[in-house]
Design a binder for this molecule. Structure first.
Ligand code: SER
Length: 606
C-alpha cells in the first residue's frame, strides 16, 4: 500500500480526536522561551513544563500534535535511508491521565487497524530494568495481551529504552524529566533475508528494522543527589516521525521515496541532470538540507554567523557543495528551484502564496555570495589535502573567513582524505575574531529596551483587544489557542474556519489602535464562574477553573457596575495595564497559517 502525507495527517488527527485529545498547534522551530536548545527537536519540547506537572495545560490532559522538528545532531548522519535534519513528529500525550495500557493499546490499534501495518512486520522493545528503574513488566504484558508473539518482544537496557532530552539518566541535568520507553520497529526484511545481517535485531544498524514510534513513560525527575524521583503525575509522551511511518506503510525503507520527499528529489534530479538511484547519498543530503533551510527561512531565520543563522548557512552551503559534487555548475537558481519544490510539497499544511518570495529573497544573495568563491575555496582545500599532519585551526578559520567554508564542512572533506583539523585552535581564532567585531559594534545597544515587565504587561492587554476584535470581525468560531509574549513582541494563535484576508488583519490592527486611542479602563472582578460564563466572558479552551474566577474587563470605568457593555471580558489572572492608552499603537507585522485552521499573529509597538 502507499499513502500520501495528507491522508496520514488526517488519519492521525481523527484517531486522537475520537479518543478525546485536543490538537496542540505546532510550536515554531525556534522556541524563544526555551534558550537551552537552538531548535525544537521533539514534539514534547514545548510541553516540558506541563509534563513536569507544574501547570495544567490550557487544552487539557489529552493532547496530540504534528510538530516540525530540526535535529542538528543528526546532520552528519543524513545520507542514509532514514536520517533527516528536518522531520515532523506526530505525537500524543497524557498529562497524568491514562498510562501504559491505554497508550500501547491505542497505538497498536492505530498501526494495525488504521494504517493497516501487518502484525508480523512489527517488533516491540521494552526497558529491561537496572538498579535504578525496574523492568517494564506492564508494557510487556500489554503487548502480549494484544496478541504480540514473544519472539517479537525484545528487552534492552538504558541506552536503548530510556528517553529524556539529554539521554540516559547519568546525562540528565538536575530537574530534567524522563522515563523508560517502549519502541515499535518495522521489519523491512524477511526472516532469512540475505540483504541484512544474520544476527540482526531491532536496534541493529544494518537497515532491516526502522523505529517508527516511541512511547515514553515520563515518570521520573533527576534530583540533586543524582537519583531519580517519581513525578507526582505519570505521563505518556509518544512520538513517531511522519516520514518513517510513511516508509513503513509503503513497505519501502527509503524515507526519501515517500511523498514528503519525492517532489524534492525530482527537483534535484531535474536541476542536476542526474538520477537518484545513482547518487542517493548526495541527493538525500541536498533534499533534506534545502528542506530544513526552507522551513527555517519561512519562519524568519536568516543566514548569519551565529546560532540558528549559522546552522541555516551550514545547511545551505553543504547542499551547494553536494550539488557541485554531482559535477554541476551550481548557482542560486538551482537551490531556489529545489526550495520551491519544498514549498509545493507542504503548501497545504504550512505555507501560503508569500512563502516562495520570502525564501527566494534569502537564498538568492546567500548562495550567490558563496558560489562566487566556491571554486577558489575548493582549490584551497585541495592544497590542504596535499599537506601532511594536522591542519592548523588558523588555516581552517581563514578558509571560513575568506571562502565561507564552515568548519564542519572542511572537516568532513578532509576526513574523507584521512586528515583532521585542530578544533581548539579554530575555536580560539573564531573567538578572537568575534571579540574584535563585538567591540566594533558596541554602543549599538545603548539605551536598551523599556523595562521588560512593563512592556510584556502592555502586550498582554493588547492580546485581549486582539482576541475580541478577531471574534467581532470573523465570527464566534474564532478562539484563542495560545499566546506568547516577550519584551519585543506578542504572538497570538487562534482558530478560524477560514483564512482571514490581509484587509481583515489590517482592520484588526486599526480597531485595536482605536481602542488604544479611546483610553479604555482595564479592571477586574472576582465573580462566580457561572456568572462569568453567563456574562459571555471568554474562557480558555477546556481549562478547569475554580468556582470564583477573575475576569478582566476592558471598557469605560463608569460601566464598572454594568459589565455587559464593555469591549472585552476574559477569564484571566493578569497582570494588565490600567488604561489601554498605556499600550501605545501596535502594528501587526506578521500573519501566518500554522496548522489546519490555525493562524498566528505577531504584533509589536509601532
Ligand atoms: N520524546 C520522544 C522522542 O522524541 C517521544 O515523543 O522520541
Amino acid at each position: 500500500m502507499t499513502m500520501n502525507h495528507t491522508t496520514l495527517r488526517q488519519l492521525f488527527t481523527d484517531f486522537w480526536k475520537e479518543r478525546g485529545h485536543q490538537e496542540v498547534p505546532p510550536a515554531p522551530l525556534v522556541l524563544k522561551e526555551d534558550p537551552t536548545t537552538l531548535f525544537t527537536s521533539s514534539g514534547m519540547q514545548p510541553l516540558v513544563i506541563y509534563l513536569a506537572g507544574a501547570n495544567p495545560h490550557p487544552l487539557g490532559k489529552r493532547l496530540f500534535d504534528i510538530q516540525p522538528c530540526i535535529r542538528t545532531q543528526d546532520m552528519d548522519k543524513v545520507g542514509d535511508n532514514r536520517h533527516d535534519t528536518f522531520f515532523e513528529m506526530m505525537g500524543n500525550w497524557s498529562l497524568g491521565d491514562y498510562f501504559k495500557k491505554e497508550q500501547l493499546s491505542w497505538y497498536f490499534e492505530f498501526l494495525t487497524k488504521v494504517i493497516k501495518l501487518p502484525k508480523n512486520k512489527l517488533h516491540f522493545t521494552i526497558f529491561e530494568g537496572d538498579n535504578m528503574v525496574p523492568r517494564d513488566v506492564e508494557s510487556a504484558k500489554t503487548w502480549k495481551d494484544l496478541g504480540v508473539e514473544e519472539s517479537h518482544i525484545h528487552y534492552y537496557g538504558i541506552e536503548a529504552n530510556w528517553w529524556s532530552r539529554s539521554g540516559t539518566p547519568d546525562k540528565m541535568p538536575v530537574g530534567e524529566i524522563g522515563g523508560p520507553d517502549s519502541e515499535v520497529f518495522y521489519d523491512f526484511g524477511t526472516p532469512h533475508d540475505e540483504r541484512f545481517g544474520k544476527e540482526c535485531q531491532p536496534n541493529c544498524e544494518c537497515g532491516r528494522f526502522m523505529e517508527i514510534g516511541n512511547s515514553v513513560f515520563i515518570q521520573y525527575k533527576k534530583i540533586g543527589d543524582g537519583t531519580l524521583q517519581e513525578l507526582p503525575q505519570k505521563n505518556v509522551d509518544f512520538g513517531g516521525g511522519i516520514e518513517r511511518m510513511l516508509a513503513a506503510i509503503n513497505n519501502n525503507p527509503d524515507i526519501f521515496e515517500t511523498d514528503v520527499f519525492s517532489k524534492i528529489i525530482k527537483a534535484v534530479e531535474d536541476v542536476s541532470g542526474k538520477k537518484y538511484y545513482e547518487n542517493k547519498s548526495a541527493m538525500r543530503i541536498i533534499a533534506d538540507h534545502i528542506k530544513a533551510s526552507t522551513f527555517l527561512i519561512a519562519q524568519g531565520v536568516k543566514p548569519s554567523n551565529k546560532e540558528q543563522g549559522y546552522i541555516l548557512r551550514r545547511l545551505l552551503r553543504k547542499a551547494t557543495i553536494k550539488f557541485k559534487n554531482l559535477e554541476k555548475k551550481i548557482n542560486e537558481q538551482d537551490i531556489m528551484a529545489v526550495a520551491q519544490s519544498v514549498i509545493e510539497t507542504y503548501k497545504e499544511v504550512y505555507f501560503d502564496d508569500t512563502t516562495g518570495k520570502i525564501v527566494d529573497n534569502e537564498i538568492g544573495p546567500e548562495i550567490f555570495k558563496f558560489t562566487s568563491s566556491l571554486d577558489k575555496g575548493l582549490k584551497e582545500i585541495e592544497k590542504l589535502i596535499q599537506l601532511k599532519g594536522e591542519i592548523t585551526g588558523k588555516i581552517a578559520f581563514d578558509l571560513y573567513q575568506s571562502y565561507g567554508f564552515p568548519l564542519e564542512i572542511t572537516e568532513e572533506i578532509l576526513k574523507n582524505k584521512g586528515q583532521k583539523i585542530n578544533r581548539d585552535e579554530f575555536v580560539s581564532e573564531f573567538n578572537k575574531h568575534k571579540e574584535l567585531s563585538r567591540s566594533a559594534s558596541a554602543g549599538m545597544f545603548k539605551g536598551g529596551l523599556a523595562d521588560q515587565s512593563v512592556q510584556t504587561t502592555r502586550y498582554h492587554t493588547a492580546t485581549h483587544l486582539i482576541n475580541q476584535t478577531l471574534t467581532d470581525l470573523l465570527g464566534s468560531d474564532v478562539s484563542q489557542v495560545g499566546s506568547n509574549i516577550t519584551g519585543e513582541r506578542l504572538r497570538f494563535d487562534f482558530t478560524s474556519s477560514r483564512k482571514p484576508t490581509d484587509e481583515e488583519i489590517k482592520e484588526v490592527e486599526n480597531i485595536v489602535n482605536k481602542k488604544v486611542e479611546e483610553g479604555l479602563d482595564v479592571y477586574y472582578k472576582d465573580i462566580p464562574k457561572d456568572e462569568a460564563l453567563k456574562l459571555g466572558a471568554k474562557s480558555f479552551f477546556k481549562q478547569k477553573y475554580p468556582d470564583i474566577v477573575k475576569v478582566y474587563f476592558i471598557g469605560r470605568e463608569r460601566f464598572k457596575t454594568v459589565p455587559y457593555d464593555v469591549y472585552s471580558k476574559e477569564f484571566c489572572g493578569g497582570p494588565h495595564v490600567k488604561n489601554t492608552k498605556e499600550i501605545g499603537k501596535i502594528s501587526i507585522y506578521k500573519f501566518e497559517k500554522i496548522g489546519n485552521n490555525i493562524y498566528r499573529i505577531y504584533a509589536k509597538n509601532k
